[in-house]
Ligand binder design. Structure first.
Ligand code: IMP
Ligand code: MG
Length: 183
């Protein structure tokens, strides 16, 4: 375990098992769309979801496009600012395709709800969210998440793509960061 981690929440083995199940569910749910000739785009919310989407996409046994969008909501602070800005847009079109948004973690849900509303205006056939983690916190807005990895406690977590100030993304496990690191 990394010295800055207080507690490991999910091991690489637990993550792999859960992601495989999520991939199976997506394969099952979208097979009829593919059979009907409809396209699927899996998009990653950079940078935190890159690790998750790399694994999730390989667990889906259907043809799909992969695309990437960068948004900022946190900066280098540990608390959500509530401000979401698109830093990098998708390269391809999602019009008349099914969009799956891969997200690392749903905290307040502000990022995802903002993104979903924005992407709806581009006329996809559907939008669903696949999130690796969802924090156990009270929310002002409901967040609709079709595929969820794990619920996690209201702590600052890192690893498996999740960072604090751009560090710890390459940890293979998901763990609680020691508070003295970010306070
Ligand atoms: P939300 O808008 O409050 O749902 O924040 C979502 C974004 O904040 C995620 O995509 C993460 O990038 C970041 N975030 C929220 N909680 C954590 C955490 O515990 N560790 C690392 N990043 C987090
Ligand atoms: Mg993020």
């Amino acid at each position: 375990m990394h010295a800055d981690i207080q507690e490991v929440l999910f091991t690489p083995e637990q993550i792999a098992e859960r992601v495989a199940q999520m991939g199976d569910a997506i394969t099952r749910d979208y097979a009829p769309c593919v059979a009907a000739g409809e396209g699927i785009v899996m998009m990653c919310v950079l940078r935190g979801a890159a690790t998750f989407m790399a694994d999730l996409s390989r667990a889906v046994d259907l043809p799909l496009e992969m695309d990437y969008m960068a948004v900022s909501s946190y900066g280098a602070a540990a608390k959500s600012s509530g401000v979401v800005r698109i830093d990098k847009d998708l390269t391809g079109s999602i019009k008349d395709k099914h969009l799956i948004i891969a997200e690392d973690i749903i905290d307040s849900g502000l990022t995802l709800n903002h993104l979903r509303r924005h992407l709806m205006t581009r006329e996809p056939l559907s939008i669903k969210v696949a999130a690796m983690l969802r924090k156990d916190v009270p929310r002002t807005e409901e967040v609709d998440c079709a595929y969820l990895g794990f619920d996690c406690p209201d702590e600052f977590v890192v690893g498996y793509g999740l960072d604090f100030a751009e560090r710890y993304r390459n940890l293979p496990e998901i763990g609680i960061l020691k508070p003295e690191i970010y306070k």
